[in-house]
Design a binder for this molecule. Structure first.
Ligand SMILES: [Zn+2]
Length: 269
C-alpha cells in the first residue's frame, strides 16, 4: 500500500509537468524481472543527510512499522560511530535509524543509475557482465551516479568504464523507477565518437547487436529488458520517444521469477 501511494504521487507529479499520454505496455510485463539482490549491492541506497530530532515514543511492533530500505541494518551512526536505535521521529511516518549519541538520522533514499543506449549502424552496444550479480548476462553500460557529476556525465563515464567507449549523448530515452529496491534509472541515447569499444574491468565482452538479435533471454536486469524493448518498439514504429515507467514486482512472486514484474505508469513523449 505504501509503495502504491508513492507511485501514484510520482505519476501525478509527472503528469502535471508534462502532458504525456498514459500508456500500458502489457507485452513488457511477460519478461520483466527485477535484479535481486540489488545489482549494485556494493553501494546501498543510503544518503548522508542528517538532522537532529526529538524522539517519539515507540508504540507499534517493529514488524508493522513502515520503514525505508534496510534501516534495521544500520547499527551505528555514520557521523559519530554511536549505536543507533530504530524509531519513528516526531512528525514522520517511517522507521528510521537514529543515533543514540548525537541524535542524527540516517535517511535512506533511492539511488540513481545512469547509462547509455548506444546506437551504431542500426545496432546497439551491449556489455557482458564479468561480475556478480548477473555474471555472464548482457547489459547496457550503466552504473550509479556519483556525487558531483550530472546524469549525462555519469552515463558517459560508465560507458567509458564498462565499454572503453567515448560517446556523445543525444537525448534522454527512459527513466525507470524500481521502488522495491530503491533505484531510479536514467538511460540516454548516445552515439560513438569513434568506432572503438572494448571490455572494461567489469565486462567480459562488448558487442554491437542488430535489433533482431538482442539477447532478450540473456539480459541482466529488468531495467535493461524494459529499456531495450521500448527502444525496439519505437524504432519499429519509426519514432523514438522519451519514456517514464515504474517497474514493480508482482505480489507473492519469487524475486528470481523473471516474469514476475510489470511496467506501470508508463508515459511517453
Ligand atoms: Zn551519531
Amino acid at each position: 500500500m505504501m509503495v502504491k501511494a508513492i507511485q501514484l504521487q510520482i505519476c501525478g507529479l509527472v503528469s502535471q509537468r508534462w502532458s504525456w499520454k498514459p500508456r500500458t505496455v502489457s507485452s513488457l510485463s511477460s519478461f520483466s524481472s527485477i535484479p535481486y539482490p540489488n545489482p549494485y549491492s556494493k553501494l546501498l541506497p543510503i544518503t548522508t543527510v542528517a538532522r537532529w530530532v526529538r524522539f517519539v515514543p515507540f508504540h507499534a511492533s517493529s514488524s508493522s512499522l513502515p520503514s525505508a530500505g534496510n534501516v534495521r541494518n544500520i547499527k551505528f551512526c555514520q557521523w559519530c560511530g554511536g549505536s543507533t536505535k530504530h524509531d519513528i521521529p516526531e512528525g514522520e511516518e517511517r522507521l528510521r535509524a537514529i543515533c543514540t549519541v548525537c541524535g542524527k538520522i540516517a535517511y535512506q533514499n533511492p539511488k540513481m543509475v545512469v547509462g547509455c543506449l548506444i546506437e551504431h549502424d542500426n545496432k546497439v552496444l551491449l556489455c557482458k557482465r564479468s561480475i556478480q550479480p548477473s555474471h555472464g548476462l548482457w547489459t547496457l553500460p550503466a552504473g550509479y551516479l556519483e556525487i558531483g557529476e550530472s546524469a549525462v556525465e555519469g552515463a558517459i563515464r560508465e560507458t567509458r568504464e564498462e565499454a572503453n567507449a567515448d560517446v556523445e549523448v543525444i537525448s534522454p530515452f527512459a527513466q525507470l523507477d524500481i521502488p522495491l529496491i530503491g533505484q531510479s534509472y536514467m538511460i540516454f541515447l548516445a552515439k560513438l565518437k569513434k568506432h572503438h569499444f572494448s571490455p572494461g574491468p567489469e565486462s567480459s565482452a562488448c558487442q554491437l547487436f542488430p535489433l533482431d538479435d538482442i539477447p532478450f533471454n540473456s539480459l541482466s536486469f529488468s531495467s535493461m529488458v524494459v529499456t531495450l524493448s521500448l527502444y525496439v518498439e519505437d524504432i519499429k514504429a519509426g519514432k523514438l520517444k522519451f519514456h517514464y515507467g515504474t517497474i514493480n514486482k508482482r505480489p507473492g512472486t519469487s524475486p528470481s521469477d523473471i516474469r514476475a514484474y510489470t511496467l506501470d505508469h508508463h508515459m511517453h513523449s
